[in-house]
Design a protein around this ligand. Structure first.
Ligand code: BDR
Ligand code: CA
Length: 294
């Protein structure tokens, strides 16, 4: 059984990543925490409640909300790609009620680390603000976590927000630097790997068409905006990080030492490795696993 805590900023690909985790046998999603990123924190949390209502996962995870801004700079969001609400700007999501007083994500992450230690895999799908603050709160507990799998960075490939920087690390470079320096068991899934994991609109339509229903219709609807932005193809950034969390053999890995530039660039550096980076992907196997489980 893979025990997951997922920190996320939903986000279209975050949504697919959550659906993949909730649909995966042998995976138990213990908690989901939100962080400001693709959209402001309140919208991320509302989107998480929309997705919970859509999927109704078993068991129902503990939900907590975290940082509403990066450590040292204003938030930069990505509505242009994800849609005005972060989930395709559909305008007809059923009303959901967010719980009025949510626990604090940083406390919850630390508590999960203390409680589950080695057995836990922490998956980060947004800027690393919550993780950096959790390291500040209790570094020893964070270091006991079995694996931290984070989607972020662009090592030997161009960035997707600036010529050299990837979105999650660009939004909060200070947090990314702290997490890389924290001595965690860190597996990074950068654009180098996620660029190899794409799905076409036709493939998604075919897979979901085989099991029609409200959930399939909703997934096809909320992905349309992003498909349009990528010309009929969707890059599976965050789903690949979840795949890496429950089956690391879906990717090939190499130890690396990275340091973070002022814009969030991931630069190779000399010295002891501070993470493993995913460099290769078994694309067909991963995409077929994803399409079966959404
Ligand atoms: C990352 O940026 C976000 O927009 C996506 O959700 C993903 O986490 C890819 O660079
Ligand atoms: Ca994300």
């Amino acid at each position: 059984m893979t025990l997951l805590v997922i920190d996320t900023d939903p986000g279209v690909d975050d949504a697919l990543a959550l659906l993949l985790a909730w649909g995966s046998p042998g995976v138990r999603v213990e908690a989901v925490t939100t962080v400001a990123g693709n959209v402001p924190l309140g919208q991320c949390t509302l989107n998480l409640f929309r997705l919970l209502a859509l999927r109704r996962p078993e068991p129902w995870p503990v939900v907590a909300a975290g940082a509403d801004a990066p450590l040292a700079r204003p938030l930069r969001t990505a509505e242009g790609y994800h849609g005005a609400d972060g989930l395709g700007a559909l305008g007809d999501w059923p009303e959901v009620e967010a719980e009025p007083a949510l626990p604090n994500a940083i406390d919850l992450i630390v508590d999960m680390g203390r409680r589950h230690g080695e057995r836990l895999t922490l998956v980060a799908l947004g800027p690393l603000t919550n993780l950096a603050l959790a390291c500040e709160a209790d570094l020893a507990a964070m270091r006991r976590i079995g694996r931290v799998v984070a989607m972020g960075g662009a090592v030997d490939v161009p960035g997707n927000v600036t010529p050299t920087a990837e979105f999650n690390f660009h939004v909060d470079p200070e947090a990314a630097a702290r997490v890389l320096d924290a001595g965690l068991r860190l597996d990074l899934v950068p654009l180098d790997a996620t660029g190899q994991a794409t799905v076409t609109r036709a493939e998604l339509e075919r897979a979901l068409g085989a099991r029609p229903g409200p959930r399939a219709a909703r997934v096809l609807a909320f992905t349309q905006h992003a498909f349009a932005r990528e010309g009929g193809r969707l890059t599976l950034h965050d789903p690949l990080a979840v795949g890496a969390a429950f089956d690391e053999t879906l990717l090939s890995w190499e130890p690396a030492r990275l340091r973070i530039g002022g814009d969030g660039e991931t630069r190779r550096a000399g010295g002891h490795p501070n993470c493993r980076i995913a460099v290769g992907v078994e694309t067909e196997r991963f995409v077929s696993v994803l399409l079966q489980r959404l």
